[in-house]
Write a protein that binds this ligand. Sequence first.
Ligand SMILES: Cc1ncc(CO)c(N)n1
Length: 222
Amino acid sequence: MGTLFDRLKDAAAQEWAGFTDHRFIQQMEDGSLPEEAFRQYLIQDYLFLIQFARAYALAAYKSRTMADIRAAQDGLAAIVAETELHVRLCEGWGISRQALDAAPEHETTVAYTRYVLDAGSSGDLLDLHVALSPCVVGYAEIGRRLKPALEQNPKHPYGEWISEYSGAGYLQTAQAAVAHIEELARRSFTEARFEELAQHFATATRLEGQFWQMGLDLGAAD
Ligand SMILES: Cc1ncc(CO)c(N)n1
């Protein structure tokens, strides 16, 4: 029997492909993604990260050991550091930090983030970290896929983004997230929990795909 994470990913294979091989990613890879789609995505992603930071804070609150608190702290720190990319790129377009904080959340952003927060509020740490995991693990996978495109073209239009998610630091955050899920599983996973955990994982993964689609749709509007 594989690790819990591998089982969850296998059970959501279709959703996983819809997320990591979305048209948004294909267009980012070949550089054909309209800049407006990327910009709209990035603004929503900043708002998304605010809510995901709250989710890692919830993980700290739900922890009973220092090791779990430290894992939550590391996740929270990684999210806060990630927003610097968003702030920097948006400043380049003349969008200030204040404007970012005041931007309205799209319903797709609301759906995904509040789903994860609710899975965590109503469940335990394993529920919460499983619902959080497609985010960090998926982006590390996407980063690895897009890395060659940046190596071939150092002036790639989405080079800074690719660099962030293909970097060693991000990969390490993703590996730590998987290792932490396995540790939580050793403590509290039972086979009776699998279906519910698989639901959380598949739903979060499907909402990741919808997040890319939101970027394409907003970038194509009027
Ligand atoms: C929607 C989304 N998923 C995952 C990540 C990775 O942290 C992100 N920044 N945004």
